[in-house]
Ligand binder design. Structure first.
Ligand SMILES: [Zn+2]
Length: 332
Protein backbone atom coordinates (compact mmCIF):
# COMPACT_ATOMS: atom_id res chain seq x y z
CA UNK A 1 0.00 0.00 0.00
CA UNK A 2 1.16 3.55 -0.68
CA UNK A 3 2.46 5.36 2.39
CA UNK A 4 3.57 8.75 3.69
CA UNK A 5 5.91 9.09 6.67
CA UNK A 6 6.67 12.35 8.48
CA UNK A 7 9.49 12.82 10.97
CA UNK A 8 11.43 15.42 12.96
CA UNK A 9 14.96 15.57 14.26
CA UNK A 10 14.72 15.99 18.02
CA UNK A 11 15.82 19.45 19.15
CA UNK A 12 16.80 20.50 15.62
CA UNK A 13 14.91 22.78 13.24
CA UNK A 14 14.77 20.11 10.57
CA UNK A 15 11.83 18.05 9.39
CA UNK A 16 11.52 15.30 6.85
CA UNK A 17 9.10 13.17 4.89
CA UNK A 18 9.24 10.01 2.82
CA UNK A 19 6.55 9.08 0.34
CA UNK A 20 6.34 5.66 -1.22
CA UNK A 21 3.67 5.24 -3.89
CA UNK A 22 3.04 1.65 -4.89
CA UNK A 23 -0.62 0.77 -5.64
CA UNK A 24 -1.50 4.43 -6.35
CA UNK A 25 1.35 4.73 -8.84
CA UNK A 26 0.69 1.37 -10.49
CA UNK A 27 -2.93 2.49 -10.96
CA UNK A 28 -1.78 5.61 -12.86
CA UNK A 29 0.42 3.47 -15.14
CA UNK A 30 -2.17 0.70 -15.65
CA UNK A 31 -4.87 3.17 -16.71
CA UNK A 32 -2.53 4.72 -19.25
CA UNK A 33 -1.43 1.32 -20.56
CA UNK A 34 -5.06 0.29 -21.12
CA UNK A 35 -5.79 3.47 -23.11
CA UNK A 36 -5.77 2.19 -26.70
CA UNK A 37 -5.35 5.70 -28.09
CA UNK A 38 -2.04 6.34 -26.31
CA UNK A 39 -0.62 3.03 -25.05
CA UNK A 40 1.74 2.86 -22.06
CA UNK A 41 4.21 5.64 -21.22
CA UNK A 42 7.74 5.23 -22.57
CA UNK A 43 10.01 4.32 -19.60
CA UNK A 44 11.71 7.75 -19.25
CA UNK A 45 8.32 9.53 -19.23
CA UNK A 46 6.96 7.12 -16.61
CA UNK A 47 10.05 7.84 -14.51
CA UNK A 48 9.59 11.63 -14.80
CA UNK A 49 5.86 11.47 -14.10
CA UNK A 50 6.45 9.16 -11.11
CA UNK A 51 8.97 11.60 -9.68
CA UNK A 52 6.52 14.46 -10.24
CA UNK A 53 3.74 12.55 -8.49
CA UNK A 54 5.96 11.71 -5.51
CA UNK A 55 7.18 15.33 -5.31
CA UNK A 56 3.64 16.76 -5.54
CA UNK A 57 2.54 14.45 -2.71
CA UNK A 58 5.44 15.65 -0.53
CA UNK A 59 4.70 19.30 -1.33
CA UNK A 60 0.97 18.93 -0.62
CA UNK A 61 1.68 17.14 2.68
CA UNK A 62 4.18 19.88 3.59
CA UNK A 63 1.70 22.79 3.48
CA UNK A 64 -1.51 23.66 5.26
CA UNK A 65 -3.72 24.57 2.33
CA UNK A 66 -7.28 23.60 1.53
CA UNK A 67 -7.01 22.98 -2.18
CA UNK A 68 -5.23 21.06 -4.90
CA UNK A 69 -1.47 21.28 -5.46
CA UNK A 70 -0.73 20.92 -9.15
CA UNK A 71 2.80 20.35 -10.39
CA UNK A 72 3.12 20.87 -14.15
CA UNK A 73 5.93 20.83 -16.65
CA UNK A 74 5.38 22.54 -19.99
CA UNK A 75 7.99 21.04 -22.28
CA UNK A 76 9.56 22.15 -25.57
CA UNK A 77 10.58 18.59 -26.51
CA UNK A 78 8.73 15.31 -27.11
CA UNK A 79 6.89 15.65 -23.78
CA UNK A 80 4.56 18.65 -24.24
CA UNK A 81 3.03 18.64 -20.81
CA UNK A 82 3.19 16.52 -17.66
CA UNK A 83 0.83 17.06 -14.72
CA UNK A 84 0.59 15.64 -11.22
CA UNK A 85 -2.25 16.79 -8.96
CA UNK A 86 -2.64 16.02 -5.25
CA UNK A 87 -5.57 17.04 -3.04
CA UNK A 88 -5.39 17.72 0.73
CA UNK A 89 -6.74 14.19 1.40
CA UNK A 90 -3.68 12.94 -0.57
CA UNK A 91 -5.80 11.66 -3.45
CA UNK A 92 -3.70 11.95 -6.57
CA UNK A 93 -3.75 11.68 -10.34
CA UNK A 94 -1.20 12.32 -13.09
CA UNK A 95 -0.93 12.43 -16.85
CA UNK A 96 1.50 13.38 -19.61
CA UNK A 97 1.15 14.26 -23.27
CA UNK A 98 3.88 12.71 -25.40
CA UNK A 99 4.41 13.42 -29.10
CA UNK A 100 7.17 11.92 -31.16
CA UNK A 101 9.87 9.40 -30.40
CA UNK A 102 11.98 9.24 -27.26
CA UNK A 103 15.32 7.54 -26.78
CA UNK A 104 15.28 4.93 -23.99
CA UNK A 105 17.94 6.87 -22.08
CA UNK A 106 16.22 10.28 -22.38
CA UNK A 107 16.78 12.60 -19.44
CA UNK A 108 14.88 15.67 -18.27
CA UNK A 109 16.42 18.12 -20.82
CA UNK A 110 15.87 15.67 -23.73
CA UNK A 111 12.20 15.31 -22.86
CA UNK A 112 11.07 18.81 -21.86
CA UNK A 113 13.89 21.33 -22.23
CA UNK A 114 15.49 20.84 -25.66
CA UNK A 115 15.59 24.58 -26.44
CA UNK A 116 15.80 25.80 -22.81
CA UNK A 117 12.16 26.91 -23.10
CA UNK A 118 10.72 24.29 -20.71
CA UNK A 119 8.89 25.57 -17.62
CA UNK A 120 7.83 24.09 -14.32
CA UNK A 121 4.70 25.50 -12.66
CA UNK A 122 3.44 24.92 -9.14
CA UNK A 123 -0.20 25.89 -8.65
CA UNK A 124 -2.22 26.05 -5.45
CA UNK A 125 -5.88 25.99 -6.39
CA UNK A 126 -8.14 26.84 -3.39
CA UNK A 127 -11.08 24.49 -2.85
CA UNK A 128 -13.54 27.22 -1.91
CA UNK A 129 -12.59 30.16 -4.09
CA UNK A 130 -13.80 33.62 -3.20
CA UNK A 131 -15.36 35.55 -6.08
CA UNK A 132 -12.62 36.62 -8.48
CA UNK A 133 -9.93 34.73 -6.56
CA UNK A 134 -7.21 33.31 -8.80
CA UNK A 135 -5.14 30.23 -7.99
CA UNK A 136 -1.61 31.00 -6.76
CA UNK A 137 1.01 29.98 -9.31
CA UNK A 138 4.82 29.99 -9.25
CA UNK A 139 6.72 29.34 -12.47
CA UNK A 140 10.40 28.51 -12.82
CA UNK A 141 12.57 27.73 -15.86
CA UNK A 142 14.36 24.39 -16.11
CA UNK A 143 17.79 26.03 -16.00
CA UNK A 144 20.04 26.80 -13.04
CA UNK A 145 21.45 30.16 -11.92
CA UNK A 146 24.37 29.76 -14.34
CA UNK A 147 22.01 29.14 -17.27
CA UNK A 148 22.83 25.43 -17.54
CA UNK A 149 20.00 22.96 -18.13
CA UNK A 150 18.96 21.21 -14.94
CA UNK A 151 19.34 17.46 -15.23
CA UNK A 152 16.81 16.32 -12.66
CA UNK A 153 13.37 17.27 -11.40
CA UNK A 154 14.76 17.34 -7.85
CA UNK A 155 17.20 20.11 -8.93
CA UNK A 156 14.32 22.12 -10.40
CA UNK A 157 12.20 21.85 -7.25
CA UNK A 158 15.06 22.55 -4.82
CA UNK A 159 15.78 25.65 -6.88
CA UNK A 160 12.10 26.64 -6.71
CA UNK A 161 11.84 26.11 -2.94
CA UNK A 162 14.96 28.17 -2.28
CA UNK A 163 14.12 31.07 -4.60
CA UNK A 164 10.34 31.25 -4.26
CA UNK A 165 9.80 30.04 -0.72
CA UNK A 166 13.17 30.86 0.87
CA UNK A 167 13.27 27.34 2.25
CA UNK A 168 16.38 25.16 2.33
CA UNK A 169 15.14 21.88 0.92
CA UNK A 170 16.81 18.63 -0.04
CA UNK A 171 14.91 16.29 -2.32
CA UNK A 172 15.69 12.81 -3.58
CA UNK A 173 13.19 11.45 -6.11
CA UNK A 174 13.03 8.16 -8.00
CA UNK A 175 10.47 6.09 -9.87
CA UNK A 176 10.18 2.92 -11.92
CA UNK A 177 7.23 0.89 -13.18
CA UNK A 178 6.28 -0.29 -9.67
CA UNK A 179 7.24 2.44 -7.20
CA UNK A 180 7.39 6.25 -7.18
CA UNK A 181 9.16 7.58 -4.10
CA UNK A 182 10.60 10.72 -2.61
CA UNK A 183 12.58 11.93 0.40
CA UNK A 184 12.25 15.55 1.51
CA UNK A 185 14.37 17.25 4.15
CA UNK A 186 13.62 20.86 5.03
CA UNK A 187 14.98 23.43 7.44
CA UNK A 188 12.16 24.90 9.46
CA UNK A 189 11.69 28.67 9.20
CA UNK A 190 13.20 30.75 12.02
CA UNK A 191 9.87 31.45 13.71
CA UNK A 192 9.29 27.78 14.35
CA UNK A 193 12.77 27.19 15.71
CA UNK A 194 12.20 28.83 19.08
CA UNK A 195 8.92 26.97 19.39
CA UNK A 196 10.60 23.65 18.77
CA UNK A 197 12.84 23.87 21.79
CA UNK A 198 10.20 25.63 23.83
CA UNK A 199 12.56 28.50 24.63
CA UNK A 200 11.46 32.02 25.38
CA UNK A 201 12.64 34.82 23.08
CA UNK A 202 16.39 35.03 23.59
CA UNK A 203 18.49 38.16 23.12
CA UNK A 204 19.54 39.00 19.58
CA UNK A 205 23.11 37.62 19.75
CA UNK A 206 21.91 34.42 21.28
CA UNK A 207 19.40 33.97 18.47
CA UNK A 208 22.08 34.65 15.83
CA UNK A 209 24.43 32.07 17.31
CA UNK A 210 21.67 29.52 17.50
CA UNK A 211 20.92 30.17 13.87
CA UNK A 212 24.47 29.27 12.80
CA UNK A 213 24.49 26.06 14.79
CA UNK A 214 21.17 25.10 13.32
CA UNK A 215 22.35 25.64 9.77
CA UNK A 216 25.16 23.19 10.46
CA UNK A 217 22.59 20.69 11.68
CA UNK A 218 20.57 21.13 8.51
CA UNK A 219 23.67 20.84 6.34
CA UNK A 220 24.77 17.63 8.04
CA UNK A 221 21.32 16.03 7.68
CA UNK A 222 21.03 17.28 4.10
CA UNK A 223 24.34 15.63 3.16
CA UNK A 224 23.21 12.35 4.76
CA UNK A 225 19.90 12.54 2.87
CA UNK A 226 21.66 13.24 -0.44
CA UNK A 227 23.73 10.07 -0.03
CA UNK A 228 20.55 8.02 -0.61
CA UNK A 229 20.75 6.51 -4.09
CA UNK A 230 17.74 6.33 -6.38
CA UNK A 231 17.95 2.54 -6.42
CA UNK A 232 17.84 2.48 -2.61
CA UNK A 233 14.91 4.87 -2.54
CA UNK A 234 12.69 2.67 -4.73
CA UNK A 235 13.81 -0.70 -3.37
CA UNK A 236 14.20 -0.23 0.42
CA UNK A 237 11.40 0.07 2.97
CA UNK A 238 11.08 3.30 4.96
CA UNK A 239 12.41 1.88 8.26
CA UNK A 240 15.57 0.68 6.55
CA UNK A 241 16.11 4.00 4.75
CA UNK A 242 15.77 6.04 7.96
CA UNK A 243 18.02 3.69 9.92
CA UNK A 244 20.73 3.67 7.25
CA UNK A 245 20.76 7.43 6.71
CA UNK A 246 20.16 8.80 10.19
CA UNK A 247 21.36 6.13 12.64
CA UNK A 248 23.34 8.77 14.56
CA UNK A 249 20.43 11.24 14.75
CA UNK A 250 17.44 11.31 17.09
CA UNK A 251 14.54 10.86 14.68
CA UNK A 252 11.00 11.41 16.00
CA UNK A 253 8.50 9.68 13.76
CA UNK A 254 4.80 10.31 13.30
CA UNK A 255 2.33 7.56 12.55
CA UNK A 256 2.48 6.54 8.89
CA UNK A 257 -0.40 7.62 6.65
CA UNK A 258 -1.67 4.74 4.52
CA UNK A 259 -4.90 3.54 2.93
CA UNK A 260 -7.54 6.26 2.49
CA UNK A 261 -5.60 8.46 4.96
CA UNK A 262 -2.49 8.08 2.82
CA UNK A 263 -1.70 8.75 -0.84
CA UNK A 264 -4.30 7.08 -3.08
CA UNK A 265 -5.40 7.29 -6.68
CA UNK A 266 -8.61 9.16 -7.45
CA UNK A 267 -9.92 11.08 -10.44
CA UNK A 268 -12.32 13.98 -10.09
CA UNK A 269 -13.55 13.98 -13.67
CA UNK A 270 -17.31 13.70 -14.25
CA UNK A 271 -19.96 14.04 -16.92
CA UNK A 272 -20.86 17.54 -15.71
CA UNK A 273 -17.32 18.81 -16.32
CA UNK A 274 -17.23 17.32 -19.80
CA UNK A 275 -20.59 18.97 -20.54
CA UNK A 276 -19.00 22.27 -19.54
CA UNK A 277 -16.15 21.59 -21.97
CA UNK A 278 -18.56 20.87 -24.83
CA UNK A 279 -20.50 24.02 -23.97
CA UNK A 280 -17.17 25.85 -24.27
CA UNK A 281 -16.72 24.50 -27.82
CA UNK A 282 -19.94 26.23 -28.85
CA UNK A 283 -23.06 24.81 -30.48
CA UNK A 284 -21.79 25.11 -34.10
CA UNK A 285 -18.59 23.18 -33.39
CA UNK A 286 -20.47 20.52 -31.39
CA UNK A 287 -23.00 20.07 -34.19
CA UNK A 288 -20.31 19.74 -36.83
CA UNK A 289 -18.63 16.96 -34.78
CA UNK A 290 -22.01 15.25 -34.43
CA UNK A 291 -22.65 15.51 -38.18
CA UNK A 292 -19.26 13.98 -38.91
CA UNK A 293 -19.08 11.20 -36.32
CA UNK A 294 -22.59 10.62 -34.99
CA UNK A 295 -21.62 11.34 -31.39
CA UNK A 296 -19.12 13.32 -29.33
CA UNK A 297 -16.68 11.18 -27.42
CA UNK A 298 -14.36 12.64 -24.80
CA UNK A 299 -11.84 10.59 -22.82
CA UNK A 300 -10.35 11.67 -19.48
CA UNK A 301 -6.56 11.98 -19.77
CA UNK A 302 -6.09 11.13 -16.09
CA UNK A 303 -8.22 8.00 -15.62
CA UNK A 304 -9.14 6.93 -19.15
CA UNK A 305 -12.89 7.13 -18.58
CA UNK A 306 -14.86 7.70 -21.81
CA UNK A 307 -17.80 10.09 -21.97
CA UNK A 308 -20.21 9.81 -24.92
CA UNK A 309 -22.80 12.37 -26.02
CA UNK A 310 -25.27 11.70 -28.81
CA UNK A 311 -27.27 14.38 -30.62
CA UNK A 312 -29.97 14.44 -27.94
CA UNK A 313 -27.41 14.79 -25.10
CA UNK A 314 -25.68 17.57 -27.01
CA UNK A 315 -28.93 19.42 -27.69
CA UNK A 316 -29.67 19.33 -23.96
CA UNK A 317 -26.27 20.84 -23.15
CA UNK A 318 -27.13 23.87 -25.30
CA UNK A 319 -30.66 24.22 -23.94
CA UNK A 320 -30.97 26.64 -21.05
CA UNK A 321 -33.18 25.24 -18.23
CA UNK A 322 -35.79 27.96 -18.85
CA UNK A 323 -36.22 26.87 -22.47
CA UNK A 324 -37.31 23.36 -21.59
CA UNK A 325 -40.87 22.16 -21.78
CA UNK A 326 -42.52 21.93 -18.37
CA UNK A 327 -42.07 18.45 -16.93
CA UNK A 328 -39.09 17.57 -19.11
CA UNK A 329 -36.66 15.44 -17.17
CA UNK A 330 -33.15 16.83 -17.00
CA UNK A 331 -30.62 14.06 -17.45
CA UNK A 332 -27.67 14.41 -15.07
ZN1 LIG B 1 -10.88 10.96 -14.97
Amino acid sequence: MSELHKFLFEGLPVRGMIVRLTDAWQEVLARRASNTATGAYPAPVAELLGEMTAAATLMQANIKFNGALILQIFGDGPVKVAVAEVKPDLSLRATAKVTGELAADSRLPDMVNVHSKGRCAITLDPKDKLPGQQPYQGVVPLVGDNGGKLQRLSDVLQHYMLHSEQLDTTLVLAADDKVAAGLLIQRLPVKGEANLEGTAQGDHDHVQQDQIGRNEDYNRISILASSLTRDELVSLDVDTILRRLFWEEKVLRFEAQTGMLGPHFACTCGRGRVEGMIRGLGQDEAESILAERGDIEVGCDFCGKQYRFDAVDAAQIFTAPGDQMPGTAVVQ
